[in-house]
Ligand binder design. Structure first.
Ligand code: SF4
Length: 688
């Protein structure tokens, strides 16, 4: 063992941060991480990584890692052995089931965990406990994009590969801080712009790096993207620039859709969005002139009351202009977490089995019931958002949550915290003692990605293997092993020896992943779904048909939902998103020394205009208050934001967390929180 400790090892893994899915070799000596070495054959990134992928790994050896199960005693926690913690979970789960039935329990999976772990979490909920109350954090981000694409083109995934984006003649990014949120993907665009004259249009509230580099940067009013997208589409049709051949061969419901655009005139759009008519015409003309247009979008689109409809409008525009079925064209909803795509792909959703098969479909459900040897309820369960209400009104008594700091990342977190307090029994499984753990009854120590085998699916629908680099720290265990132990205590008889066996089972039940197996994912080999049984995968999602019975896509009329208004007192709009160095709630990156030294705490970006008006300077401490809560944060004066627009990074490590300010309003079709619809008033606490 001593010798082994001292040997230098090189192991392939996949980045645990964003959805680009960079893969690389990790060099280790014992538990020491010596370096990250990207390889040419890495499909998404080649020899590139960003600062997080390169330097953001020392959290795995942090002193703060959870190493033993914790059990609540009064207001404190004490360490416990696994047996005791699992005994307690078993007895509480069984007690609740016998008192109130399986729907009094709920399960939340994690986009940080592997596909195999998401599969097991939904199998535990549905097959062992008997409830469809299962969800994951794509509910917080990209469910609206998935909805928009499902409605129109039938698959909720990126149209092509990340490398294809480099081939587009025109790239439009909407509500995406691509250079900071998906850095390595952004370098493809930057390179194509420089080398091949790729045209880039950016629509955003904030002048981030991509906006700086764009050929055209437009700033539509918050939450108004559907309006300008529809107006541009209408203008294209009015000019006769639509792709008639593509529409007649591949698209249904064209006439009805065109009629639905009547009100989206340039005048109306200009008035509503604040964009000039020239800008709208320039966007339409650029799309008309480009042979291929790719549209990239992220949370600036989805986290609104009409997020699904705006995503639908994007897809409508691409259909009208024939921008599907060719490399360099199509829809690219950029997935945030490393495995947010996979968590939904593998069925951690209240209404879908793996592969987006409906729970309510008798044939599908019968197939899973036969394989699992259990009955599965037909009715969809609660999503994350509904779970919070159900905790408040006493329908939900038990929550088992893994790898998700819901107490920071959900919206309106004061309301979420009080919901947690109403639970009878709360199990949180994580690698660190998060804010959410403060409300738990039992905390289970899990292992991060470097300590387990498995697969992730990145934003371009690509399955990639990660290999175990280190042994689990202390008594922590890979999430899949913990779920197996809980399931078996609840009466299951699972004997998976390795995650590959879980994948084999999931693939056998899911036509979309029929040919996915570990043999086909050795080393840097990868597969993009759908994958046929013979292993043929699908880099270009649509080649000659869309996955509807007649092979045709559907244009889907949508209408604009006005953003929520907070009232006159709340005179400043707070945009929120990522910064390059940190990731999400910061649980991992704030434990990484190098990264924290560079960006030690959260800050608020304010405009020069506002700074002059309110006497703000770099370092001025302010309190922001919305109807839902308040935060204290210090200012940075910058030209990245304009007028009454503020920018508060969501990467907070607890302090200054944006979700003390956000509301419980959500996308009307998917319940994704309207994180981007938040207004505040500002009070200056400590002038510099
Ligand atoms: Fe990781 Fe994303 Fe950075 Fe790649 S771009 S190294 S996947 S955080």
């Amino acid at each position: 063992a001593q010798m082994r400790e001292e040997r230098i090892e090189k192991t392939k893994t996949v980045c645990t941060y964003c959805g680009v899915g960079c893969s690389f070799d990790v060099w280790t000596k014992g538990r020491e991480i010596l370096k990250i070495e990207p390889q040419e054959e890495a499909p998404a990134n080649g020899i590139s990584t960003c600062v997080k992928g390169k330097f953001g790994w020392d959290y795995v050896n942090s002193e703060e890692r959870l190493k033993k199960p914790l059990i609540r005693e009064g207001d404190a926690f004490r360490e416990a052995e696994w047996e005791e913690a699992l005994d307690l979970i078993e007895s509480k789960f069984k007690e609740t089931m016998s008192k109130k039935g399986p729907d009094a329990l709920a399960f939340i999976s994690s986009s940080k965990c592997t596909n195999e772990e998401s599969y097991l979490m939904q199998k535990l909920g549905r097959g062992v406990i008997g409830t469809n109350n299962i969800d994951n954090c794509s509910r917080y981000c990209q469910s609206p994009a998935t909805m928009g694409l499902w409605r129109t083109v039938g698959y909720g995934g990126d149209s092509g590969s990340i490398t294809d984006i480099g081939q587009a003649e025109l790239v439009i990014t909407i509500g995406s801080n691509t250079a900071e949120s998906h850095p390595v993907l952004a370098t493809r665009v930057k390179r194509a712009q420089k080398l091949y004259g790729q045209k880039v249009i950016v629509a955003d509230l904030r002048k981030h790096e991509m906006a700086d580099r764009a050929d055209l940067f437009v700033r539509p009013a918050p939450g108004s993207d559907l309006v300008w997208l529809s107006a541009v589409t209408k203008y294209i049709i009015d000019q006769g620039w639509h792709d008639e051949t593509f529409l007649s061969e591949h698209v249904n419901d064209v006439e009805e859709y065109i009629r639905s655009l009547d009100k989206y005139t340039l005048d109306y759009a200009s008035e509503t969005t604040g964009m000039s008519k020239d800008e709208l015409i320039e966007i339409a003309t650029s799309i008309h002139q480009a042979k291929t247009t790719s549209i990239l979008w992220a949370m600036g689109v989805t986290q609104h009351g009409g997020g699904s409809d705006t995503s639908t409008a994007i897809s409508n525009l691409l259909l009208v202009t024939g921008n599907y079925m060719k490399p360099g064209a199509g829809a690219y909803p950029l997935r945030g977490h490393n495995n947010v795509q996979g968590a939904s792909d593998f069925g951690s959703m209240p209404d879908r089995f793996p592969g987006y098969q409906f729970v309510s479909d008798d044939e599908v459900r019968g197939r899973f019931e036969k394989s699992w040897g259990t009955d599965i309820p037909k009715e969809p369960g609660l999503n994350n958002h509904e779970m919070v209400d159900a905790m408040h009104d006493g329908r939900l008594d038990v929550l088992y949550l893994k790898g998700e700091d819901m107490g920071i990342v959900d919206s309106n977190i004061n309301y979420v915290h009080s919901a947690f307090e109403k639970l009878d029994f709360f199990v949180v499984q994580d690698i660190f003692f998060s804010k959410t753990c403060e409300y738990a009854d039992v905390v289970l120590p899990a292992s991060p990605s470097l300590e387990k085998d498995g697969t992730f699916v990145n934003t371009e629908r690509r399955f990639q293997r990660l290999y175990k680099v280190l042994d689990p720290l202390g008594d922590s265990k890979p999430d899949w092993q913990i779920i197996v132990e809980i399931a078996n205590r609840m009466g299951a008889d699972w004997d998976y020896g390795h995650p590959s066996e879980i994948m084999d089972e999931a693939a056998s039940l899911t036509p979309m992943f029929a040919g996915v197996s570990y043999d086909r994912l050795e080393g840097y080999d990868s597969l993009q779904w759908p994958v046929d049984a013979d292993g043929t995968d699908t880099p270009l999602l649509f080649e000659d048909k869309f996955p509807f019975p007649d092979g045709k896509a559907r244009l889907w009329p949508v209408d604009w939902t006005k953003p929520v208004e907070f009232g006159e007192d709340y005179d400043l709009h707070v945009n929120n998103g990522r910064i390059l160095e940190h990731f999400h709630e910061g649980n991992m990156t704030y434990k990484s020394e190098g990264i924290t030294r560079k960006t030690p705490k959260v800050f608020l970006e304010v405009s020069h205009e506002l700074a002059r008006e309110r006497n703000l300077e770099d370092g001025t401490v302010v309190r922001l208050t919305s109807p839902y809560g308040s935060v204290k944060v210090s200012c940075i004066v910058t030209d990245r934001v304009f007028g009454n627009q503020l920018y508060l990074p969501m990467n907070t490590n607890g302090e200054g967390a944006i979700n003390y300010l956000t509301s419980s309003h959500s996308d009307k079709d998917t319940d994704t929180p309207a994180y981007k619809e938040v207004s505040v008033k500002m009070e200056v606490l400590e002038p510099k």
